[in-house]
Write a protein that binds this ligand. Structure first.
Ligand code: GLC
Length: 523
């Protein structure tokens, strides 16, 4: 078994106190692309060089080693405010459709998390988080008044584990949890013989009939474990817990976004929306039951509220009608294990941004524009260009762009010229900015659907892109102002509370309180 990294922390979490938003600035097309030069069509119909091509040769001086690329493709990375507003409209309609009918592309999953936490939730809970990159197991002690303590261990998932039989994957989770609970008992954190309630964060789209049930609709984020899609993952995980004799009882299945929504509201009640911008991307918010027509038959009080896991990464899947895709996006989609699916996510999330940039670079290599005479096999390996490299490239503070030199020499054995490095950095900026601006479109769609613009709202956000990519949050805020004008300033994102640990424990606590009170005990 993989060695866990373990940590323990105690928190008296307080709401965030400062938020910085950028001054409202509009962005211009393909700005900051010093070397992207429009390539004219070189020949006329009769095969002779066109006037345009001749002018181009005459007028634009290009230092010999600068990459000359076709800007038409690169300009598609830039999303104008007008285009953003069109995307928001389509997005809003899609969200409404998902609430009205089952089995829609964006499934708008009712989570059976009824309303907000009171902040007085107490008790000890286990939380297991099967996310995109790691498996995390936690012991959470909720101590009331928005306070908690958490002890956790993390295990890295291998690529093989993501593709092997689903039951084996859950058995691995059970085995890790068993090791963790044994240690917790040894450390006196809870007693031998005690069965702890468990919140299971499973961050993939699952259709739920009740809170402790969820049929996997489809794997996302590159997972492909067979014999899992269409099955109840709670049932599968229960089997694994029994197999390893784990002293835990699953009381709630949640997704990272729902957990983040609840945990963020627990410490900052102004939070109304939660987003994850990590390996995948998604959002959750609190909806009025009367506005979820597809569950009208359950007879829930129409004035009650329920968290909705949007699974918005699926927006524009299959039809590809609304999002401008470059040829690099299409290449990623077509060579993925799920072609056509998660169209929005593939333009935004950390799993894909590095790959997008790598594909642009590979095209330049094919065209003989960069790295002439060098062996480029390393960078030609799919997914070898980590999204973390984009963060580093954008934040390189040196004139010579030494960080970028380091990335290319160390990881890809490639020498770069300063001009190439500046160009690659500009490309990273295009890709990173597009991701943030599209993310703003998703947030804007929820804000506008729920009518939060005037009163404003706080958006709890988490995930590696949000937390580590320089300027990501500022670009989201800038995007919101491009969509809504000055009022866009009313919508502010902030670093969220840990959704899949604390959030999942709070959801488990809320569920126990609800069921003990006899409120919708079968849901
Ligand atoms: C993917 C998953 C979704 C999750 C998101 C962020 O989009 O389908 O459930 O919330 O990634 O982890």
């Amino acid at each position: 078994m993989a060695a866990p990294s373990s940590s323990s922390q105690s928190s008296t979490a307080t709401p965030p106190t400062t938020h910085t938003t950028l001054a409202y600035t509009r962005t211009s097309e393909v700005e900051d692309l010093p070397h992207a030069t429009k390539k004219p069509s070189a020949h006329q119909e009769d095969g002779r060089p066109s006037q345009e091509a001749r002018d181009y040769v005459r007028v634009i001086p290009i230092p010999p080693r600068w990459p000359v690329v076709d800007t038409e493709d690169l300009s598609r990375f830039t999303i104008t405010p007008q285009r953003m507003r069109m995307i928001v409209e389509a997005f809003k309609e899609t969200l409404e459709l998902g609430l009205s009918k089952p089995k829609q592309v964006v499934p708008m999953i009712p989570t059976y998390v009824f309303g907000w936490p009171s902040g007085t939730e107490r008790g000890e809970y286990l939380a297991v988080d099967l996310g995109g990159t790691n498996l995390r197991v936690c012991l959470v002690r909720l101590t009331g008044a928005g306070k908690f303590e958490i002890t956790q261990s993390k295990y890295r998932l291998t690529e093989e584990q993501k593709q092997e039989d689903g039951q084996k994957l859950f058995d691995f989770c059970g085995e890790c949890l068993k090791a963790f609970t044994d240690l917790s008992i040894e450390n006196g954190e809870f007693k031998q013989g005690e069965i702890l309630p468990l919140g299971f964060t499973f961050s993939y789209p699952c259709s739920q009939d009740k809170i402790d049930h969820g049929e996997l609709i489809r794997w996302t984020k590159g997972f492909g474990a067979p014999n899992t899609e269409g099955r109840d993952v709670v049932e599968m995980f229960r089997k694994s817990l029994a197999l390893h004799n784990v002293p835990a009882e699953i009381v709630a299945l949640t997704c990272d976004t729902t957990g983040t929504l609840i945990a963020s509201h627990y410490v900052n009640p102004a939070t109304k929306i939660a987003c994850i911008f990590g390996t995948g991307c998604n959002a959750a918010y609190m909806e009025r039951v009367r506005d979820i027509p597809k569950i009208a038959h359950l007879g829930i009080d129409p004035d009650a509220e329920m968290a909705i896991n949007c699974e918005w990464g699926a927006f524009d899947s299959f039809e590809h009608e609304h999002l401008p895709r470059t040829k690099y996006d299409i290449m990623i989609d077509e060579s993925s294990n799920k072609p056509g699916e998660q169209a929005f996510e593939k333009l935004i999330s950390g799993r894909y941004l590095g790959e997008i940039l790598r594909l642009v670079i590979c095209q330049l290599i094919d065209e003989g524009t960069v790295f002439l005479g060098q062996n480029s096999y390393k960078i030609e390996i799919p997914y070898s260009f980590d999204t973390a490299f984009l963060s580093l490239m954008e934040s390189d503070p040196t004139d010579e762009l030494l960080m970028i030199i380091g990335i290319f020499t160390h990881f890809f054995a490639l020498e770069t010229t300063l001009a190439e490095r500046q160009f690659f950095r500009a490309l990273a900026k295009l890709v990173g900015r597009r991701a943030a601006r599209l993310s703003a479109c998703g947030i804007a769609a929820i804000v506008s659907k729920m009518g939060y613009l005037e009163e404003g709202c706080s958006v709890g956000a988490d995930g590696s892109l949000y937390n580590k990519y320089p300027g990501f949050a500022d670009r989201v805020h800038e995007g919101l102002q491009d969509i809504f004008g000055e009022k866009g300033r009313n919508i502010v994102t902030h670093h969220a509370e840990d959704g899949s640990g604390i959030g999942s424990a709070i959801v488990a606590a809320m569920t126990k309180v609800r069921k003990d009170a006899g409120l919708y005990p079968s849901l």
